[in-house]
Design a protein around this ligand. Structure first.
Ligand SMILES: *Cc1c(COP(=O)(O)O)cnc(C)c1O
Length: 393
């Protein structure tokens, strides 16, 4: 199929929920891919932080193909080895106690919110159901996770919303404290606001929230959908902040491209959900979990150290570059604020020169595959620096 044909089909038959850029992939290897015309690109996007092992990782392809040839699905009335093993790996690497499977980030967040409400309502009564989230957060597109998302611009047209949410300013503990009441069941945060523009929370703010939660038996809910699974150089970003969440949600990078979400429960919450309380047909899918197992097994200390090293290298190269106002983020999750030129224009110009990047608010967002080689990293950095320079003139 040519790019023109794809664009024409999309225009005719696909709902116009995305402003797509003119790019049609053919195939990829690691952090390099080729479009339908054979042009080569360096990938600084991983989808949106999804293909953590890059394109066509041989071990991942073999595991997924093997499972597809054995059995693709079995309903949740039965056991499934890839799912059991994925859950064990998730608990071992995170320190959490139990795993609830889902199929996306939003669905994982729904599971997190439901569990927090049940915990609080069973213990304190039906009035204690409110979840505090942060202004400028992003938690998903279902009605309830959109409600949790602290960006009023996204709320237009979809009223009425799920009751029981309120919003506090990030890094403003006084504001958060003012929002806490006898109705508060949980406080839900991203350690680095991804869609919000790669904005990290301050360590002191996170510590204060964790202490407050512990003191008042409010649940600390951490959305690791984008920051999770090695992205920041830590398995989960809360580990960098030295806090212990009560519930963690994750998705994007866990399946290396196949849809998966997971909710991880700590000691307080591991036994809150009982048979019949929650479910999802495709959750714990064997093919998806066979792939997730490969991702998780790859993420040992040496792998995470490499993510940190490559992230620092990229950050350093860009901090010193022309037309860069700031670089935020951690590991291979970075946001570059240009002094001049619009992030979307830079996104387009990068693609023209063979580099796939992302944007988040007014920043150029970089989420390269975690397995990116130094050569690919240098090649991509050179293109980005050139484009930033051009955007200034
Ligand atoms: C992407 C994202 C979500 C939503 O995930 P979906 O898989 O698109 O539903 C939720 N939270 C955060 C922090 C995200 O980055």
């Amino acid at each position: 199929m040519t790019l023109q044909e794809a664009m024409s089909l999309d225009q005719s038959y696909v709902a116009h929920t995305y402003g797509r850029a003119p790019f049609l992939p053919s195939h990829g290897r690691g952090a390099t891919c080729w479009d339908c015309d054979g042009k080569q690109y360096i990938d600084f996007s991983s989808g949106i932080g999804v293909t953590s092992l890059g394109f066509a990782d041989p071990e991942w392809v073999a595991a997924v193909s093997k499972q597809a040839g054995e059995y693709a699905h079995i309903c949740n009335y039965y056991y499934s080895a890839p799912g059991e093993e994925t859950a064990k790996l998730l608990c071992e690497k995170s320190g959490m106690k139990k795993v609830l499977f889902a199929n996306s980030g939003a669905e994982a967040n729904e599971g997190m919110i439901k569990t927090a409400r049940k915990y609080s309502q069973e213990k304190y009564g039906p009035e204690r159901s409110e979840i505090i989230t942060l202004v400028n957060s992003f938690h998903g597109r279902t009605v309830t996770t959109l409600t949790a998302t602290g960006q009023p611009a996204m709320h237009r047209f979809f009223y009425p919303f799920t009751p029981g949410f309120c919003y506090a300013e990030a890094n403003n503990f006084e504001d958060l404290l003012a929002k806490v009441s006898g109705h508060t069941a949980g406080i839900m945060v991203e350690m680095i606001q991804g869609e919000g523009g790669v904005v990290p929370l301050e360590a002191g703010f996170v510590k204060k929230i964790a202490a407050l939660c512990k003191e008042r038996d409010i649940l600390l809910l951490v959305d690791e959908v984008q920051t999770g699974n090695g992205r920041t150089g830590f398995f989960y970003s809360y580990q960098a902040f030295g806090v212990e969440p009560d519930i963690v949600s994750t998705a994007k990078g866990l399946g290396n491209g196949l849809p998966i979400g997971a909710v991880l429960f700590g000691e307080k919450t591991e036994n809150v959900l009982k048979p019949g309380d929650h479910g999802t047909t495709f959750g714990m899918n064997p093919i998806v979990c066979a792939g997730a197992k490969v991702v998780l097994n790859r993420m040992d200390d040496a792998f995470l150290k490499e993510v940190s090293r490559k992230g620092e290298k990229l950050k350093k190269a860009l901090e010193g570059a022309e037309n860069v106002a700031s670089v935020t983020g951690m590991g291979l999750m970075l946001g570059v604020l240009p002094k001049q030129g619009d992030a979307h224009e830079i996104f387009d110009r990068c693609r023209g020169k063979g580099l796939l990047v992302l944007t988040a608010k007014d920043k150029v967002r970089l989420l390269p595959p975690l397995v990116i080689t130094d050569a690919e990293l240098e090649q991509g950095t050179a293109i980005l620096k050139q484009v930033l320079k051009e955007a200034a003139s």
